[in-house]
Design a protein around this ligand. Sequence first.
Ligand SMILES: Cc1ncc(C[n+]2csc(CCOP(=O)(O)OP(=O)(O)O)c2C)c(N)n1
Ligand SMILES: [Mg+2]
Length: 275
Amino acid sequence: MELYEISRSIRKKLIMMHYKSRTSHIGSALSIVDILVVLYFRILSVNPQKPSWEKRDRFILSKGHAASALYCVLAEKGFFEKKLLDTYCVNGGKLSEHPDRLNVPGIEVSTGSLGHGLSIGVGMALAAKRDKKNHKIFILMSDGECEEGSVWEAVSTAGRLNLNNLVVIIDYNKLQAYDRTDDIQSIKSVKEKFRNSGWDVREIEGHEFSSIEKGLKIPIAENPTVVVANTIKGKGIKEMEGKMEWHYKSPKKENLSDFLKELNSDEKSFHKKTD
Ligand SMILES: Cc1ncc(C[n+]2csc(CCOP(=O)(O)OP(=O)(O)O)c2C)c(N)n1
Ligand SMILES: [Mg+2]
């Protein structure tokens, strides 16, 4: 399957998963589908048959509230059977709203409390260096998450230790739960802050496969890298795109046919036009 087909089928699955479970964060999940698809199908060195393979690249979804998107990509990649996705947020099921590393193959770190993924990743990157291992650590964070003070302690530590095996991707969708990120605590200067702490800084279009792939293929350098991905919260469904309320809302029965039709429509497929 081509990348755009994988993304499209994951977006359709997400509509159904959030409809059935009536859970929040579909906008946050749609925002990162394309990044996750490129990561898992073009960048990360992982083995779905051996999720604990020692040489694997490590991926941490620090914005754990968007776990539904990660579950879909892991299932597509073969870490577990797709039918498990139907148990998303079902009582007693393995796929909880925030990811649990003890329950789901391929989940590296349990997350959900924002602001911790990068600190954990810094520890993993340092351990890999000390053990002379070549794998990389990738961490996907959200823009609102950058308001957490712990993020900046980790940024400065990674820069000081020259952790060149560390890659942070920021899902810069400009929205958080209750407002625009710029109206709460702007991260407009985020690139400058990373650069001042000794990081290499890149910027990509987070819904264009070629831009994502180019941005995430990081040559061996001296420094850790941050990739700021321009994204749209709710990407793929016009009704949701850039709309704050879709942080919490879930699709209703009466929305389903329109949303699925929109995703099925080739004329409206943003990937066909841009990639
Ligand atoms: C420490 C912490 N505080 C609050 C929350 C509740 N919460 C979940 S998502 C979210 C904001 C999301 O905005 P952003 O970080 O930009 O992520 P996006 O939804 O855009 O992916 C908040 C405050 C949390 N998960 N962790
Ligand atoms: Mg955001």
